[in-house]
Design a protein around this ligand. Sequence first.
Ligand SMILES: Cc1cc2nc3c(=O)[nH]c(=O)nc-3n(C[C@H](O)[C@H](O)[C@H](O)COP(=O)(O)O)c2cc1C
Length: 329
Amino acid sequence: MSLNTMPSTINRTFSIAPMLDWTDRHYRYFARLMSAQALLYTEMVTTGAIIHGKGDYLAYNDEEHPLALQLGGSNAVDLATCAKLAAERGYDEINLNVGCPSDRVQNGRFGACLMAEPELVAQCVEAMRAVVDIPVTVKTRIGIDEQDSYEFLTQFIDTVSAAGCDTFIIHARKAWLQGLSPKENREIPELDYPRVYQLKRDYPHLNLSLNGGVKTLTQCAEHLAHVDGVMVGREAYQNPYMLAQVDQRLCGEDKPVLSRDAVLEKMIPYIEKHLQDGGRLNHITRHITGLYQGEVGSRAWRRYVSENAHKPGAGIEVLHQARASMDLK
Ligand SMILES: Cc1cc2nc3c(=O)[nH]c(=O)nc-3n(C[C@H](O)[C@H](O)[C@H](O)COP(=O)(O)O)c2cc1C
């Protein structure tokens, strides 16, 4: 058996969606403090950035594993080059973005518009699988524009799975490629969960995760009766403390649930190190302002952090003062 046909050992029960500008390595470190089991995804990184860019687009913290790199691109050779680099850097999975509808991405002929080119996606998957022994997965939508029939979706899945992709994450709404912003494309097209459930019934051998509009762990558990995994995006960012019970409620782990304060405390050494290395406080704090969401005083906490963390020289004391400001309420 070649390595890349070995069953993947990644737990896909719960994952956090790739989100540009949101799920950077600081957010992912923070998320990992709350859940050891959640599968984390990077923001989408384009093949162009990796191959031609000046920065290190593959950098991450060791603590983030299991970690998938999401790639944006449609040139099979470039994707294979990037997949290989990522595997060498220790990523646990490569995911191809076939769901982003932005104009910029369409101009580069990747993202959601690739749903119309299943053969090309299959070639890309094949090229990546040929050079790495970690799973190559695809995140997609249930359709694009007028091409929103179940047959359109199954034709895509048939073609791409024939190239060896056995894991798909399905955002359960279609994308309109013209006329809607990416944000509107996450809100306006209607969610269709039954369609994803149907896909799992028709392709029981594939590992299918459902994505889109999931807000609670109770909802996750309901979806898990129909699919293999649930991917949560916006809620995991805006209300991150939901992650603190993922391992216990969805993955059957018997361990204490960390308090919000304990999470903050565990974050402090990481932030201190970042500051020592010359980083700015708000590069990290912007990702953790949702920690106390729903708690008395959470607005005071959030306000204090956002008004002070960006100031030159702002240090860890901002977080202690922000936390103290909650108790004054
Ligand atoms: C700020 C933001 C950035 C996003 N960036 C990406 C991305 O880089 N790649 C991707 O596949 N999806 C991206 N998405 C879409 C999410 O991965 C997810 O599919 C979508 O938000 C629906 O899930 P949710 O309702 O749980 O948020 C982004 C979403 C948001 C809100």
